[in-house]
Design a protein around this ligand. Structure first.
Ligand code: Z5A
Length: 215
Protein backbone atom coordinates (compact mmCIF):
# COMPACT_ATOMS: atom_id res chain seq x y z
CA UNK A 1 0.00 0.00 0.00
CA UNK A 2 1.95 2.93 -1.31
CA UNK A 3 1.08 6.43 -0.25
CA UNK A 4 3.46 7.86 -2.82
CA UNK A 5 1.74 10.61 -4.78
CA UNK A 6 2.16 10.59 -8.54
CA UNK A 7 3.75 13.87 -9.61
CA UNK A 8 1.64 16.11 -11.81
CA UNK A 9 2.14 16.28 -15.53
CA UNK A 10 3.74 19.26 -17.21
CA UNK A 11 1.99 21.76 -19.47
CA UNK A 12 4.22 22.35 -22.49
CA UNK A 13 2.96 24.92 -24.96
CA UNK A 14 3.93 25.67 -28.57
CA UNK A 15 3.26 29.13 -29.93
CA UNK A 16 4.28 30.87 -33.13
CA UNK A 17 3.11 32.18 -36.47
CA UNK A 18 1.59 30.25 -39.33
CA UNK A 19 3.77 27.47 -40.85
CA UNK A 20 6.46 27.78 -38.15
CA UNK A 21 6.32 24.02 -37.49
CA UNK A 22 4.15 23.73 -34.38
CA UNK A 23 2.27 20.70 -35.66
CA UNK A 24 5.48 18.98 -36.76
CA UNK A 25 7.35 19.68 -33.53
CA UNK A 26 4.45 18.94 -31.16
CA UNK A 27 3.78 15.58 -32.83
CA UNK A 28 7.48 14.65 -32.78
CA UNK A 29 7.75 15.64 -29.13
CA UNK A 30 4.76 13.48 -28.16
CA UNK A 31 6.26 10.51 -30.04
CA UNK A 32 9.62 11.02 -28.36
CA UNK A 33 8.17 11.35 -24.85
CA UNK A 34 5.87 8.33 -25.34
CA UNK A 35 8.85 6.24 -26.40
CA UNK A 36 10.52 7.20 -23.12
CA UNK A 37 7.47 6.01 -21.17
CA UNK A 38 6.09 9.46 -20.38
CA UNK A 39 2.28 9.64 -20.07
CA UNK A 40 1.62 12.40 -22.61
CA UNK A 41 -1.21 13.74 -24.77
CA UNK A 42 -1.34 16.24 -27.64
CA UNK A 43 -3.89 19.06 -27.43
CA UNK A 44 -4.64 21.78 -29.92
CA UNK A 45 -6.44 25.13 -29.70
CA UNK A 46 -8.82 26.06 -31.10
CA UNK A 47 -10.49 22.73 -30.34
CA UNK A 48 -12.74 22.69 -33.39
CA UNK A 49 -14.78 19.71 -32.14
CA UNK A 50 -16.91 21.51 -29.54
CA UNK A 51 -19.99 23.63 -30.36
CA UNK A 52 -17.95 26.78 -29.73
CA UNK A 53 -15.06 25.32 -31.75
CA UNK A 54 -17.37 24.79 -34.71
CA UNK A 55 -18.32 28.49 -34.65
CA UNK A 56 -14.61 29.38 -34.59
CA UNK A 57 -13.91 26.97 -37.44
CA UNK A 58 -16.62 28.53 -39.63
CA UNK A 59 -15.18 31.98 -38.88
CA UNK A 60 -11.58 30.96 -39.70
CA UNK A 61 -12.73 29.41 -42.97
CA UNK A 62 -14.53 32.61 -43.91
CA UNK A 63 -17.96 30.96 -43.90
CA UNK A 64 -19.30 33.33 -41.24
CA UNK A 65 -18.58 36.89 -40.21
CA UNK A 66 -18.38 37.45 -36.47
CA UNK A 67 -17.60 40.66 -34.61
CA UNK A 68 -13.88 40.73 -33.68
CA UNK A 69 -14.52 41.11 -29.95
CA UNK A 70 -17.15 38.38 -29.98
CA UNK A 71 -14.90 35.91 -31.80
CA UNK A 72 -12.07 36.72 -29.39
CA UNK A 73 -14.34 35.73 -26.51
CA UNK A 74 -15.28 32.51 -28.33
CA UNK A 75 -11.58 31.54 -28.61
CA UNK A 76 -11.23 32.23 -24.87
CA UNK A 77 -14.42 30.30 -24.01
CA UNK A 78 -13.03 27.40 -26.07
CA UNK A 79 -10.11 27.27 -23.60
CA UNK A 80 -12.28 27.69 -20.49
CA UNK A 81 -14.56 24.85 -21.59
CA UNK A 82 -11.48 22.56 -21.64
CA UNK A 83 -10.09 23.79 -18.32
CA UNK A 84 -11.49 21.07 -16.08
CA UNK A 85 -10.29 18.20 -18.24
CA UNK A 86 -6.93 19.92 -18.61
CA UNK A 87 -6.55 20.19 -14.81
CA UNK A 88 -7.73 16.60 -14.36
CA UNK A 89 -5.17 15.26 -16.84
CA UNK A 90 -2.31 17.26 -15.35
CA UNK A 91 -3.09 16.24 -11.78
CA UNK A 92 -3.40 12.59 -12.87
CA UNK A 93 0.23 12.87 -13.99
CA UNK A 94 -0.30 13.33 -17.71
CA UNK A 95 1.93 15.77 -19.54
CA UNK A 96 0.07 17.93 -22.06
CA UNK A 97 1.76 19.15 -25.22
CA UNK A 98 -0.46 21.98 -26.42
CA UNK A 99 -0.46 23.55 -29.91
CA UNK A 100 -1.52 27.23 -29.43
CA UNK A 101 -3.26 28.76 -26.39
CA UNK A 102 -4.07 32.16 -24.88
CA UNK A 103 -0.89 33.83 -26.20
CA UNK A 104 -2.20 33.20 -29.73
CA UNK A 105 -5.57 34.49 -28.59
CA UNK A 106 -4.14 37.80 -27.39
CA UNK A 107 -1.58 38.18 -30.21
CA UNK A 108 -4.03 37.59 -33.07
CA UNK A 109 -6.79 39.88 -31.84
CA UNK A 110 -4.42 42.65 -30.71
CA UNK A 111 -2.70 42.46 -34.13
CA UNK A 112 -5.93 43.65 -35.75
CA UNK A 113 -5.41 47.10 -34.22
CA UNK A 114 -9.06 47.69 -33.35
CA UNK A 115 -9.65 50.65 -30.99
CA UNK A 116 -10.27 49.33 -27.48
CA UNK A 117 -9.07 45.82 -28.27
CA UNK A 118 -5.52 46.42 -27.06
CA UNK A 119 -3.29 43.76 -25.55
CA UNK A 120 -4.63 44.23 -22.00
CA UNK A 121 -8.23 43.89 -23.17
CA UNK A 122 -7.26 40.82 -25.17
CA UNK A 123 -5.53 39.15 -22.21
CA UNK A 124 -8.34 39.79 -19.73
CA UNK A 125 -10.75 36.91 -20.55
CA UNK A 126 -7.94 34.33 -20.30
CA UNK A 127 -6.68 35.48 -16.88
CA UNK A 128 -6.76 32.60 -14.40
CA UNK A 129 -6.56 29.73 -16.90
CA UNK A 130 -3.92 27.05 -16.17
CA UNK A 131 -0.54 28.57 -17.11
CA UNK A 132 2.03 26.65 -19.15
CA UNK A 133 5.20 25.41 -17.44
CA UNK A 134 7.16 26.07 -20.62
CA UNK A 135 6.19 28.06 -23.70
CA UNK A 136 8.19 27.18 -26.80
CA UNK A 137 7.94 30.05 -29.26
CA UNK A 138 8.93 28.96 -32.76
CA UNK A 139 10.30 32.15 -34.21
CA UNK A 140 10.38 32.63 -37.96
CA UNK A 141 10.23 35.50 -40.45
CA UNK A 142 6.78 35.44 -42.12
CA UNK A 143 8.46 35.61 -45.57
CA UNK A 144 10.43 32.44 -44.78
CA UNK A 145 7.34 30.71 -43.37
CA UNK A 146 5.42 31.56 -46.56
CA UNK A 147 7.99 29.60 -48.59
CA UNK A 148 6.93 26.41 -46.79
CA UNK A 149 4.31 25.62 -49.41
CA UNK A 150 2.72 29.05 -49.10
CA UNK A 151 0.12 30.10 -46.58
CA UNK A 152 -3.19 28.33 -46.49
CA UNK A 153 -6.53 29.92 -47.22
CA UNK A 154 -7.73 30.63 -43.69
CA UNK A 155 -8.55 34.11 -42.48
CA UNK A 156 -5.23 35.13 -40.85
CA UNK A 157 -2.87 33.40 -43.27
CA UNK A 158 -1.49 36.57 -44.85
CA UNK A 159 2.03 37.92 -44.53
CA UNK A 160 1.10 41.38 -43.21
CA UNK A 161 -1.15 39.95 -40.49
CA UNK A 162 1.56 37.43 -39.52
CA UNK A 163 4.11 40.27 -39.12
CA UNK A 164 1.77 42.15 -36.82
CA UNK A 165 1.08 38.97 -34.83
CA UNK A 166 4.83 38.36 -34.39
CA UNK A 167 5.19 41.81 -32.79
CA UNK A 168 2.34 41.14 -30.35
CA UNK A 169 3.94 37.80 -29.39
CA UNK A 170 7.09 39.73 -28.41
CA UNK A 171 4.99 41.85 -26.03
CA UNK A 172 3.66 38.67 -24.41
CA UNK A 173 7.03 37.08 -23.51
CA UNK A 174 7.18 35.94 -19.89
CA UNK A 175 9.19 33.69 -17.56
CA UNK A 176 7.85 30.52 -19.23
CA UNK A 177 9.10 31.65 -22.65
CA UNK A 178 11.81 29.92 -24.76
CA UNK A 179 12.38 31.38 -28.22
CA UNK A 180 13.73 28.94 -30.82
CA UNK A 181 14.92 29.80 -34.31
CA UNK A 182 12.36 27.79 -36.27
CA UNK A 183 14.02 28.34 -39.66
CA UNK A 184 16.51 25.56 -38.90
CA UNK A 185 16.06 21.86 -39.76
CA UNK A 186 13.26 19.87 -38.10
CA UNK A 187 15.95 17.86 -36.23
CA UNK A 188 17.86 20.91 -34.94
CA UNK A 189 14.68 22.57 -33.65
CA UNK A 190 13.55 19.21 -32.27
CA UNK A 191 16.62 18.65 -30.12
CA UNK A 192 16.10 22.06 -28.44
CA UNK A 193 12.42 21.23 -27.98
CA UNK A 194 13.29 17.91 -26.30
CA UNK A 195 15.72 19.57 -23.92
CA UNK A 196 13.19 22.25 -22.87
CA UNK A 197 10.36 19.72 -22.48
CA UNK A 198 12.43 17.29 -20.41
CA UNK A 199 13.51 20.10 -18.07
CA UNK A 200 9.87 21.20 -17.65
CA UNK A 201 8.74 17.64 -16.86
CA UNK A 202 11.55 17.23 -14.33
CA UNK A 203 10.62 20.52 -12.60
CA UNK A 204 7.02 19.31 -12.20
CA UNK A 205 8.21 15.99 -10.81
CA UNK A 206 10.20 17.95 -8.25
CA UNK A 207 7.05 19.76 -7.11
CA UNK A 208 6.81 22.91 -9.22
CA UNK A 209 3.23 24.15 -8.69
CA UNK A 210 0.87 24.80 -11.57
CA UNK A 211 0.29 28.52 -11.95
CA UNK A 212 -2.58 30.67 -13.13
CA UNK A 213 -2.19 32.63 -16.33
CA UNK A 214 -1.64 36.41 -16.20
CA UNK A 215 -2.64 37.01 -12.57
N1 Z5A B 1 -6.08 31.72 -33.31
C1 Z5A B 1 -6.67 32.88 -32.81
O1 Z5A B 1 -6.92 33.84 -33.53
N2 Z5A B 1 -7.00 32.94 -31.49
C2 Z5A B 1 -6.76 31.91 -30.63
O2 Z5A B 1 -7.09 32.00 -29.43
C3 Z5A B 1 -6.14 30.72 -31.16
C4 Z5A B 1 -5.81 30.68 -32.50
C5 Z5A B 1 -5.86 29.56 -30.26
C6 Z5A B 1 -5.83 28.51 -36.51
O3 Z5A B 1 -4.75 27.95 -35.83
C7 Z5A B 1 -5.82 30.02 -36.44
O4 Z5A B 1 -6.44 30.44 -35.24
C8 Z5A B 1 -4.43 30.59 -36.42
C9 Z5A B 1 -4.38 31.41 -35.15
C10 Z5A B 1 -5.80 31.61 -34.75
N3 Z5A B 1 -4.32 31.44 -37.59
N4 Z5A B 1 -3.24 31.59 -38.19
N5 Z5A B 1 -2.25 31.74 -38.70
P1 Z5A B 1 -4.15 26.55 -36.22
O5 Z5A B 1 -3.18 26.21 -35.16
O6 Z5A B 1 -5.28 25.60 -36.46
O7 Z5A B 1 -3.43 26.79 -37.65
P2 Z5A B 1 -1.94 27.19 -37.97
O8 Z5A B 1 -1.20 27.80 -36.86
O9 Z5A B 1 -2.08 28.03 -39.16
O10 Z5A B 1 -1.19 25.82 -38.17
P3 Z5A B 1 -0.35 25.30 -39.40
O11 Z5A B 1 -0.61 26.00 -40.66
O12 Z5A B 1 -0.67 23.87 -39.43
O13 Z5A B 1 1.15 25.58 -39.06
P4 Z5A B 1 2.20 24.81 -38.10
O14 Z5A B 1 1.51 23.75 -37.31
O15 Z5A B 1 2.95 25.79 -37.33
O16 Z5A B 1 3.25 24.17 -39.09
P5 Z5A B 1 3.47 22.64 -39.61
O17 Z5A B 1 2.17 22.09 -40.15
O18 Z5A B 1 4.21 21.85 -38.64
O19 Z5A B 1 4.45 22.97 -40.80
C11 Z5A B 1 4.08 23.67 -41.97
C12 Z5A B 1 4.82 23.08 -43.19
O20 Z5A B 1 6.24 23.28 -43.05
C13 Z5A B 1 4.66 21.56 -43.35
O21 Z5A B 1 4.65 21.27 -44.71
C14 Z5A B 1 5.92 21.00 -42.68
O22 Z5A B 1 6.27 19.75 -43.18
C15 Z5A B 1 6.94 22.05 -42.99
N6 Z5A B 1 8.00 22.20 -41.96
C16 Z5A B 1 7.84 22.13 -40.60
N7 Z5A B 1 9.02 22.33 -39.97
C17 Z5A B 1 9.95 22.55 -40.95
C18 Z5A B 1 11.37 22.80 -40.92
N8 Z5A B 1 12.05 22.92 -39.76
N9 Z5A B 1 11.98 22.97 -42.10
C19 Z5A B 1 11.30 22.88 -43.26
N10 Z5A B 1 9.97 22.62 -43.37
C20 Z5A B 1 9.29 22.46 -42.22
Amino acid sequence: SSTAHKPRGSFILFEGGDRCGKTTQSENLVKHLSSKGVDVALWKFPDRQTAIGQMINAYLQGKTETDDAAVHLLFSANRWEKRESMLAALSAGQTLVVDRYAYSGAAFTAAKGIPGLDLEWCKAPDKGLPAPDATIYLSMMPEAAAKRGGYGSERYEKEEMQRSVAQRFQDLRDATWHTLDAARSIEAVGSDVTRIAEAAIEACQEGKPLEHLWL
